[in-house]
Write a protein that binds this ligand. Structure first.
Ligand code: SAM
Ligand code: DTB
Ligand code: SF4
Length: 354
């Protein structure tokens, strides 16, 4: 494909989709009538563009679909920690790796309400609950449904990431008011078995289909820096962009290398290559919230600023991800302020001005 047309494979997406700031419902409707296929080589060609050309294209797509200066703040809470039977090579919560993570059972409604209220007070609009399960049991779903109702009662968007779901479990979560389900494809299909072999890529796709069919918005992304090749990176983005419709939220994680995990010594990704992945996610999924996710502590402010320029418009906000660290909220507010992004005033400030 000639370079001039690199923005055009999804032309019907780029031009047919209206500018809007509430992606889930409207975009799904448009995408359903205009499915697009990205070839891995098309995505690779984008990744290989000269850096400034790529960023220019990504920013152009971004500004055609999103307002300037808008960053979503999503706070994570690990509601059930550690002891997971899966062997995902990146994950500190697998029971198979000696990472020092203390297993904890499912949190109570009060604990979650307290954390969600604190996140809301600090300015978050989405609250994402993570559980270290391979797949929840029906009795777990009943308990998480109660947590979802608690979060929704506070006026926050709710998201959960609980592992593989059956169809009826997705429906139960939707009935509880769950807005988003996070379930990452993590890498290209060809690299998946090198990372985890206790489940298959198809298992992930099946859960995503159940979530979509239940009417829950899909949050699905991946991790870079896991020893993948550039073609694997392109393969991951192609998989995400070819989901029909593509996810409403796309978290792009830079591997947090946790001692004790098999990937503890993985070669870190060049930060500029990480920015490239964000840019290509933006170009291929114009109306998705592209979330600059794990690994921000290692990226530093200038690279994060480049990620925003490349089209990231969401971050995990709060001093902890699930079990590893994240920049603290004050540092993030200072960074966003420095860059001229609007953040909602926190309630403490509102009180001060009252
Ligand atoms: N057990 C559920 C699952 O696997 O879907 C939910 C929790 S799991 C921790 C959620 C996601 O966190 C994973 O799919 C992976 O993308 C991300 N993740 C886990 N460990 C990570 C790490 N060390 N660095 C970056 N991302 C990580
Ligand atoms: C996602 O893509 N990244 C988040 C969230 N979805 C659940 C998790 C990152 C985990 C980083 C390592 C840890 O703290 O466990
Ligand atoms: Fe378990 Fe999820 Fe961690 Fe894999 S990523 S070990 S499924 S908690």
């Amino acid at each position: 494909m000639p370079q001039e047309s690199l923005l055009t494979p999804p032309e019907s997406v780029a031009h047919a989709q209206p500018v809007h700031f509430a992606p889930p419902v409207r975009r799904a409707q448009v995408a359903a009538s205009a499915p697009q296929r990205w070839r891995v080589e098309d995505v690779q060609a984008l990744l290989n563009l000269p850096f400034n050309e790529l960023l220019f294209r990504a920013q152009t797509v971004h500004r055609a679909h999103w307002p300037a200066g808008d960053i979503e703040l999503a706070t994570l809470l690990s509601v059930k920690t550690g002891g997971c039977p899966e062997n995902c090579g990146y994950c500190p919560q697998s029971a198979g790796f000696d990472t020092g993570v203390q297993a904890q059972k499912l949190m109570s409604v009060d604990e979650v309400r307290h954390a969600a209220q604190a996140a809301k007070d600090a300015g978050a609009t989405r609250f994402c609950m993570g559980a270290a399960w391979r797949a929840p049991k029906d009795r777990d779903i009943e308990k998480v449904a109660e947590l979802v109702r608690t979060v929704k009662d506070l006026g926050l968007q709710s998201c959960a990431t609980l592992g593989m779901l059956e169809k009826h479990q997705a429906v139960a979560l939707r009935d509880a008011g769950l807005d988003y389900y996070n379930h990452n494809l993590d890498t290209a299909p060809e690299h998946y078995a090198a990372i985890v072999d206790t489940r298959s890529y198809q298992d992930r796709l099946d859960t995503l289909a159940h979530v979509r069919a239940a009417g829950i918005s899909v949050c699905c992304g991946g991790i870079v820096g896991m020893g993948e090749t550039p073609v694997h990176r392109a393969g991951l983005i192609a998989q995400l962009a070819n989901l029909d419709p593509y996810p409403e939220s796309v978290p792009i994680n830079s591997l947090v290398r946790v001692p004790g995990t098999p990937l503890a010594d993985a070669e870190p990704i060049d930060p500029l290559d990480f920015v490239r992945v964000i840019a290509v996610a933006r170009i291929t999924m114009p109306t998705a919230r592209v979330r600059l996710s794990a690994g921000r502590q290692q990226l530093g402010e200038p690279v994060q600023a480049l990620c925003f320029l490349a089209g990231a418009n969401s971050i995990f906000y709060g001093d902890k991800l699930l079990v590893t660290g994240n920049p603290d909220a004050d540092a993030d507010r200072r960074l966003l302020d420095k860059l001229g992004y609007a953040t909602r005033p926190i309630s403490i400030e509102q009180d001060e001005h009252a």
